[in-house]
Design a protein around this ligand. Structure first.
Ligand SMILES: Nc1ncnc2c1ncn2[C@@H]1O[C@H](COP(=O)(O)OP(=O)(O)OP(=O)(O)O)[C@@H](O)[C@H]1O
Length: 612
């Protein structure tokens, strides 16, 4: 298979493809089975023990009708003659096997339940850990809704397979084989007649499997889309309500619900046809056995007890075949879910931790940042964002990046923090290519404060403490004081222990930014990147933060992206970026004094005018 072919299915590439070609379909199925195997193998012992228990349970259950046959044909006639021993044995045996079977079922449910839970927990942990490690570029195209549907509904369908489906399959296979053997031993001609009924059943089972596979892939796809829609609506609730998107979202959800209903209808139709055929064959063969058996009993060719046993066994012979459908049902559904989960697990981070990292030299006052011949685009087919970028920022310098929206400023910041690797050229810290720096060291050396300022549920102190997990409470409070956040934090209901609630929803945007500053200050990085970090602050707070910033930035390298010129003016050097290139480079004073009036000088003039 060529590389281009592989691009069609590797990772999550084929996830939304409705009609897969046969080779790709087979590849994905194999990938799902390999994943299933890797989950089951470490727990094979527990699985085999569960299998033993269910075999023993079936063997005991199987004894029931034989004991009834013996009771009718031998026990009762003997008892009529005064010898009750055989009947007592039969009744005792029946009771004993019933109790034994119940105890074995109890043990089986416990063991198989543990097996299923272990598999699911392992899978959930694997998907979660892996999703966390995948690079930002993956999460930008693969929405959080999709990851959530992998972690919830897809894992649930594996749960259904392990909890009910597998039990159904084992019980069905064991009963069918066990009963077939007993029937053939009890009365070969009648036994063969019953077995003949299996031919149409096996044929319709195969038909069911092939048809339902496609249908279940459809239902999994549809449910995933519904979850994505839910998650996105809930995440963007404020925008949804502000822009009155509710009716549109309702229409979208109605469409998705419809898609789900159609996919489910196909699955249910196939299931109904299957169940009907199995029942039909079951009832027909029951009637046939009753007629033939009755004639033979009348003619003296068959004992009544044997015919009764046949009748009892036949019920148990066809009923579990329904379970086969349940198994095929949950198996196809789980394989479709595993296909998607294994796709996520197959994705590789595009930004990888080096195998043999190079240690950064001891930090002095910040670290030098260099871009050498960097060419960057977000995806191989996307537009070039940085055509050819060269820049050296000496250690300790505070650089402000200014430029129009979409010029590439944030992209430069993301490259310094190594959220992406440039396909061409290098970004280096103190001369060490970022690709060679261990992730943990890089995260200590470079800290970014952005406009989003994501806060985790927990206290204000916890959120600041994220900057340096080993920090004491006193250090956390000192960091807040340094950026001027101490006052508002103390005014909160529980001060530093106030719960910020989901995403810091209890704090204002400006307060969240102050917490983020304190967090970055506590982390004490050699390189600090501020991407629109002061944009939510009001003017007095911004002034206060700026004063704090000047001391915070003093002994480190800083990259500031700001639209407000007041923030830019504290920089040692200003770079005006346009179309991914630096078009002006100098100190704020130099650029303002540009003899022929450069872009920054123009920006500065407009700003002064706006203040007037
Ligand atoms: N994740 C992404 N995937 C694809 N393209 C992107 C992505 N992020 C940014 N871009 C594109 O890269 C270009 C530069 O974006 P960037 O965010 O660096 O601009 P910026 O100068 O920071 O703009 P702003 O001042 O509005 O924040 C834009 O054309 C943008 O559309």
């Amino acid at each position: 298979m060529s590389t281009t072919d592989e691009e069609q299915w590797r990772g999550v590439a084929a996830e939304d493809v409705e009609e897969l070609d046969a080779i790709v379909g087979a590849r994905l199925q194999r990938r799902s089975r390999v994943l299933l195997g890797s989950l089951v193998r470490p727990r094979l012992g527990t699985g085999l023990f569960a299998l033993l228990l269910v075999i023993a349970e079936n063997a005991l259950t199987l004894a029931g009708p034989v004991l009834i046959a013996v009771a009718i044909d031998t026990g009762i006639p003997n008892a009529l003659d005064g010898d009750t021993a055989a009947l007592a044995w039969c009744v005792g045996g029946y009771l004993g096997s019933g109790l034994g079977a119940a105890a074995l079922r109890f043990a089986f449910l416990k063991v198989s339940g543990r097996f299923g839970q272990d598999v699911l927990l392992d899978l959930r942990r694997r998907v979660f850990d892996h999703a966390q490690r995948l690079s930002l570029s993956f999460h930008e195209k693969y929405t959080s809704g999709k990851v959530i549907s992998r972690l919830t509904s897809d894992i649930d369908s594996l749960h259904d397979l392990l909890e009910d489906g597998l039990d159904g399959l084992l019980t069905a296979v064991l009963s069918v084989f066990g009963i077939a053997v007993v029937l053939l031993v009890l009365d070969p001609p009648l036994g063969l007649l019953v077995l003949a009924g299996l031919i149409p059943v096996l044929w319709v089972t195969r038909w069911f499997y092939l048809r339902s596979r496609h249908a279940y892939r459809g239902t999994r796809g549809a449910i995933a889309k519904i979850i994505v829609q839910f998650v996105e609506t809930m995440n963007g609730m404020r925008a949804v309500q502000a822009f009155r998107r509710e009716p549109r979202n309702e229409r979208i959800l109605a469409g998705l619900n419809d898609e789900f209903r159609r996919a489910n209808k196909t699955a249910l139709d196939v299931m109904a046809t299957f169940t009907m055929t199995v029942r039909l064959v079951g009832n027909l063969s029951l009637a046939l056995v009753l007629v033939i058996g009755a004639v033979r009993v009348v003619n003296g060719g068959l004992e009544l007890g044997v015919l009764t046993a046949f009748m009892l066994y036949l019920r148990r012979f066809y009923d579990p075949l329904d379970e086969l459908a349940m198994f095929a049902n949950s198996y196809t559904s789980a394989i479709a879910a595993l296909e998607k989960i294994s796709g996520v697990l197959e994705e590789r981070p595009t930004v990888v931790d080096p195998e043999s990292p190079v240690a950064l030299p001891a930090a002095g006052t910040g670290r030098a940042v260099t871009f050498a011949g960097v060419e960057f685009r977000y995806s191989p087919a996307g537009p070039v964002v940085l055509p050819e970028f060269d820049l050296t920022i000496p250690a300790g310098q505070t650089v402000a990046l200014v430029g129009a929206t979409g010029a590439g400023k944030s992209t430069l910041a993301k490259l310094v923090a190594r959220f992406y690797d440039p396909p061409v050229g290098t970004v280096a810290l103190d001369g060490v290519d970022l690709r060679a720096v261990a992730d943990a060291e890089l995260r200590r050396a470079v800290v970014t404060v952005t406009q989003e300022n994501f806060l985790f549920a927990g206290s204000v102190a916890d959120n600041i403490g994220l900057g340096r997990p080993s920090a004491s409470r006193a250090e956390i409070e000192a960091a807040a004081r340094a950026v001027g956040a101490d006052e508002f934090i103390r005014a909160l209901p529980d001060g530093y222990d106030t719960d910020v609630r989901k995403r810091g929803g209890r704090l204002s945007a400006g307060q969240r930014q102050m917490v983020a500053f304190a967090r970055a200050f506590l982390a004490d990085p050699a390189v600090l990147v501020l991407d629109e970090a002061t944009s939510s602050l009001d003017v007095p707070t911004e002034r206060a933060v700026q004063r704090a910033l000047e001391s915070v930035l003093a002994d480190r390298t800083a990259l500031i992206i700001a639209h407000r010129l007041s923030t830019v003016l504290i920089a040692d050097r200003v770079l005006v970026v346009e179309g991914g290139r630096v078009v002006e480079d100098g100190s704020p004073e130099e650029l303002i004094a540009h003899p022929s009036g450069g872009r920054f000088a123009a920006l500065h003039r407009t700003w002064l005018e706006s203040l007037a």
